[in-house]
Write a protein that binds this ligand. Structure first.
Ligand SMILES: [Zn+2]
Length: 211
C-alpha cells in the first residue's frame, strides 16, 4: 500500500525529490521497454479497493448523497473551506452534499482536525501532512459506507483560506473516489503550490459518470 493510495497529502520537497527519482526510474524503464503505457482508466477514480479501516484505503462512495459530519475539533477556517468546496465545487455537479449535526451509521464522511505535530499518522510524520482520508467500512459491492478525514491545521498547506480550500477539495475528492493525479487543473494534484482549489472538468466528468 503506497502512501498516495491512502490519500495522504505530502507536501515537502523531500517527497518531491523521491517522486522525481521514482519518475526517472519509470521513464528509464519505459525507454528500455520501448513503449509508453498510460493507465487505461478514463478517470482518476479509486475504484473498488475493498480496503477498510484506519490507514487502509479508499473506495468510491456508496451513492451521490454525501452527508458530512464535522467533529467539534474542526476549526472555523476549515469549516469555511469545506462549506465553500461543498457549495461551489460539489453541489453544482451530480453530488449532493449536506451536513449532519450528529454522526450515525449512515454518515458518509466524518471530519476531524488534529494539530499534534510530531506524531505519526499512517506511518507518516503528521507534521508533513495536511490531511488524510480512509474508508472505515465498505458495502457488499465494495463501495464505501463511510470515510474518515483528518486535517492538520498546523501544516503549511492549511495556513490560508485558499490552501485550506485546496486541502478540503482534495480530501473530499478522495471520499468520492478520486485519487491523486498530475493534473495542474485539479485540486487532486498533490501540491498546494501548483494546484487550484477546485476540481478539473475531468474530475467532474467522473462525478457525472459514476453518481
Ligand atoms: Zn490526497
Amino acid at each position: 500500500m503506497t502512501v498516495s493510495t491512502l490519500g495522504l497529502v505530502l507536501l515537502y520537497n523531500l517527497r518531491k525529490v523521491q517522486n522525481m527519482r521514482r519518475c526517472t526510474w519509470v521513464l528509464a524503464l519505459v525507454a528500455i521497454m520501448g513503449l509508453c503505457v498510460l493507465p487505461a482508466a478514463a478517470y482518476h477514480e479509486v475504484g473498488p479497493t475493498g480496503e477498510e479501516g484506519r490507514c487502509a484505503g479508499l473506495n468510491m462512495a456508496d451513492n451521490k448523497d454525501h452527508s458530512i459530519f464535522l467533529d467539534s475539533s474542526v476549526g472555523g477556517g476549515m469549516r469555511n473551506a469545506i462549506s465553500a468546496v461543498r457549495t461551489e465545487s460539489l453541489d453544482p455537479t451530480t453530488i449532493e452534499t449536506y451536513t449532519e449535526t450528529d454522526p450515525s451509521g449512515y454518515t458518509d464522511v466524518e471530519v476531524f482536525q488534529a494539530e499534534n505535530s510530531g506524531t505519526y499518522i499512517c506511518g507518516v510524520s503528521w507534521s508533513g501532512v495536511s490531511g488524510v482520508a480512509w474508508c472505515t467500512s465498505v458495502t457488499p459491492s465494495l463501495k464505501c459506507e463511510k470515510h474518515v478525514v483528518e486535517f492538520n491545521t498546523d501544516n503549511v498547506s492549511t495556513t490560508t483560506p485558499n490552501r485550506r480550500r485546496w486541502a478540503a477539495c482534495q480530501e473530499l475528492g478522495h471520499t468520492l473516489g478520486l485519487k491523486h493525479d498530475k493534473n495542474e487543473n485539479s485540486c487532486m494534484l498533490d501540491s498546494f503550490y501548483q494546484a487550484p482549489n477546485t476540481y478539473s472538468q475531468h474530475d467532474r466528468d467522473m462525478f457525472y459518470n459514476y453518481y
